[in-house]
Design a protein around this ligand. Structure first.
Ligand SMILES: Nc1ncnc2c1ncn2[C@@H]1O[C@H](COP(=O)(O)OP(=O)(O)OP(=O)(O)O)[C@@H](O)[C@H]1O
Ligand SMILES: [Mg+2]
Length: 289
């Protein structure tokens, strides 16, 4: 388990992210524990009896096919949907997340897939939007320093915090959205498809960033359809299928194992395609990849 040193503060008296792990007053660093969570939308069972544990300093990848219930689970944790049944334990206490503010107050931050950044505002304004240090008097200097400190702690590569978000790359925007979510010093951060639509280099940068957040003691849940990204960064891979738990895997699990758990069959379209490609390679005398 990776914990930072406790009681460190930055130059402005604000607790640093490294303080956060020490605030996790739960046993064994267990930050989040879901038991028997179910959620129906009318006749659709989006989630049935889901269990999930996430520890401080751990990246859990949540994977599953379209409609498996991943976003519904994230929305329950973000306080957008109430579950129909089941318990949510956060840092040792059973909690009710009945609105997004309740999740934020407890220390659950969510970076939704669309990032929800304001294109015309600069990086500082986006990080502090709605959370200005003093809503009656915009303390631009203090906010700029705090934004720089956050981004430096993440070793983020942003050319200038006074640059409008519209001029940033996809990876830099993801970085700004993650920095924004860290402002309220969460203990758990939920990332919905953080590397979707990113190129190779930007994906690597965002994966590095996720590792840095994890190494500072936060618990991270990352949704992804990209098994390479998942394997690269996750400590555990949790598979959902048709709204149910369908296995927990170590990141060195084979593609075949993961795809079988995701699709529910060992004879699936992905493995049939891989076998066909292999057979045609062997037929043409090409070496195995
Ligand atoms: N607000 C809603 N109203 C009705 N049904 C919903 C609602 N939200 C989700 N569902 C249904 O719940 C199921 C799970 O959807 P969810 O969006 O959680 O899947 P997902 O795993 O995130 O899929 P994807 O990978 O495509 O994003 C689907 O059958 C979906 O149609
Ligand atoms: Mg989804």
């Amino acid at each position: 388990m990776r914990f930072g040193s406790p009681h460190r503060r930055d130059d402005h008296g604000t607790p640093r992210m490294t303080d956060l792990a020490s605030q996790t007053n739960s046993q064994n660093g267990l930050v989040l524990s879901l038991r028997d969570i179910s959620k129906n939308f009318g006749a659709v069972s989006a989630l049935t009896n889901i269990d999930l544990d996430v520890h401080a300093g751990e990246v859990v990848a949540l994977v599953g096919d379209n409609g498996a219930g991943k976003s519904t689970l994230v929305k329950i944790l973000a306080g957008v949907h109430l579950p129909d049944s089941g318990t949510i334990t956060f840092c040792g206490d059973i909690v009710v997340l009945d609105d997004p503010a309740a999740s934020l107050r407890l220390g659950i931050a969510t970076v939704f897939q669309d990032l929800a950044l304001c294109e015309n505002l600069d990086v500082v304004a986006n990080i502090f939007l709605g959370r200005e240090l003093d809503p009656w008097r915009l303390d631009e200097v203090a906010m700029e320093i705090r934004a720089w400190t956050l981004l430096n702690e993440l070793s983020a590569r942003i050319p200038s915090v006074r640059e409008p978000v519209a001029s940033l790359s996809g990876g830099q925007r993801q970085t700004v959205a993650i920095a924004r979510s860290l402002l309220l010093q969460p203990k758990l951060i939920l990332l919905d498809e953080p590397t979707a639509a990113l190129g190779v280099a930007q994906t690597a940068e965002v994966l590095d960033l996720i590792e840095r957040v994890r190494d500072r003691g936060l618990a991270v849940v990352m949704i992804s359809h990209n098994m390479e990204d998942v394997r690269a960064v996750a400590d555990r891979i949790v598979v959902l299928r048709l709204g149910r738990n369908n296995g927990i895997f170590h990141p060195d699990a084979s593609n075949q194992e993961l795809v079988s758990a995701i699709t529910g069959a060992s004879n699936n379209a992905v493995s049939r395609r891989a076998e066909r490609r292999q057979a045609s390679r062997e037929h043409s005398g090409e070496p195995r990849p």
